[in-house]
Each structure stands twice: as structure tokens, then as C-alpha cells.
Ligand binder design. Sequence first.
Ligand SMILES: NC(=O)c1ccc[n+]([C@@H]2O[C@H](COP(=O)([O-])OP(=O)(O)OC[C@H]3O[C@@H](n4cnc5c(N)ncnc54)[C@H](OP(=O)(O)O)[C@@H]3O)[C@@H](O)[C@H]2O)c1
Length: 231
Amino acid sequence: MDPNKGLTVLLAGASGDTGRRVLYLLARSDLDVRALTSDPGKVRRLERAGADEAIVGDLFDRADAERAVEGVNMILTAVGSDPREVLLADELVDGVGNRNLVESAADAGVEAIVMESSLGVDGDRASPMAQFFGLTIGPVLDAKAEAERAIRESGLRYTILRPGILTTLSATDDVQVGSAGTGLWGTISRADVARLLVAAPFTPDAEDRTLEVVRNPLLRGRSERIDWQHL
Ligand SMILES: NC(=O)c1ccc[n+]([C@@H]2O[C@H](COP(=O)([O-])OP(=O)(O)OC[C@H]3O[C@@H](n4cnc5c(N)ncnc54)[C@H](OP(=O)(O)O)[C@@H]3O)[C@@H](O)[C@H]2O)c1
């Protein structure tokens, strides 16, 4: 994909802690940005933050997902559940919501999708941290696994990023990356994850990959070298 070719990107979860950082980066690129929120009260804030268009849609609703993907070339999704709702909810936006998004995207001819997932998804318990995530947020990981499967089956070009524990520190540009199952562990700043989410659709090394991502200098020796194409 060529970032200079007037592409339109849908950012789902644009108001979230990672999403806001993604929007900041996209707003400074040549991409046209459509930001999605389920809360009408956040539209003005997203426009002020640089979205070319901010739309309201609930990803639990397939029709809203279909409307959101109309005319876009690629999707970045950083949606996630409110931790207070995880144990009581029948369905989570991490699963059903992302699946609605990817299935609508495939039907609409969208070219690429990048998803913020999590370490520990899909029975990947290679690291102590993944095991910890499995014990504490099991339902979220199951939901994310469902979305990851839908993405891999969609035929879209994809990158799935599985970060460790997210922080609010600044970007470092020094992150460790490995294929699913490498067993990386540690924290990573949302700012670093945002940089990777934006770069992924333009990075051949990340095409059709599921990647663990952390910031843990102790694991540099296990990290794969990826030539991220930052905008
Ligand atoms: N916290 C961690 O340590 C950790 C570790 C690994 C991975 N992760 C994952 O990383 C991702 C980002 O986390 P974060 O803390 O940066 O995000 P966040 O602040 O929790 O934001 C989540 C976003 O999801 C959107 N959303 C929720 N339900 C929606 C729905 N029904 N329709 C449309 N949008 C919806 C919300 O947007 P609106 O309110 O505007 O609708 C919100 O902006 C999540 O998937 C999380 O599970 C987190």
C-alpha cells in the first residue's frame, strides 16, 4: 500500500487510550481519517483531534459496522471492553464487535486491517505474562481469539499486534517483536503500539503476521528485526 495515494482509514476505538495516540499520528499524515465512536458526545472531540470525519456507530450492530467501513481502504482497530463489564457481559466488543468489522470489511472490499489484540490470546501461554493474562482476563482473550480468527479467514491483508501490559509512557522506538508463541513479556507504551498500528499496513515484514510486541530490553536477543515503515 502506498500512503501517498489518497487512502482513507477507519480508526475504530479512536477515543480510547491507544486510539487517541493513533489519531494524533494519522492526523499528521496524508491519509483521510474516519474516526468511529459509539458515543455521540465524543464526535466533536475527535474532530478537534484531527479526524477528517467522526461517525457514531456501535460495533455490536452489524449495520453500523457496514456503514463505518463504506469507502475505506484500511481499518485500524483499537477497541476494547470496559474492564467493569467484562465479567457480566454476554458478548464483548473485542470479539463480536471486531468480527462485525472484519466481516463487513471483507464484503465491502477493504484491503487491510490492523488489530490491537493482546499477549496470551489463543491458548498462547508461552510466557508467564501470557499465563497471568489468561487467569485475569480470560473472557477478553477468548473474545480477541474469535476476532483474530475472523481476520485470518477474511482474505484481507492483516497485522495483529499482541502487546504486553500497556503503559502511558512516551514512545521509545525500541520495541521487541516476535511471532505468536515467541513468549515475549513486559510492558509497552500505548504510544509505541500506536506507531506500530499506523506503520503496519505499509510494512511488508508485518504482512499477514500475528506479532507479540513489548518493550523489554532484556529480550532483545529474542526479538525479530522488522523494518517498520513509519509515515
Ligand atoms: N490494558 C492493557 O494492559 C492491555 C494489554 C494488552 C492489550 N490490551 C488491549 O489494547 C486495546 C486498547 O486498550 P486501551 O486501554 O488503549 O483502550 P480503551 O481506552 O479501553 O479504549 C477502548 C475503545 O473501544 C471503543 N469501544 C468500546 N465499545 C465499543 C463499541 N461497542 N463500538 C465501538 N467502539 C467501542 C471505545 O470507544 P467509544 O467509547 O468512543 O465508543 C474506546 O475508545 C484493547 O483491545 C485492550 O484489550 C490492553
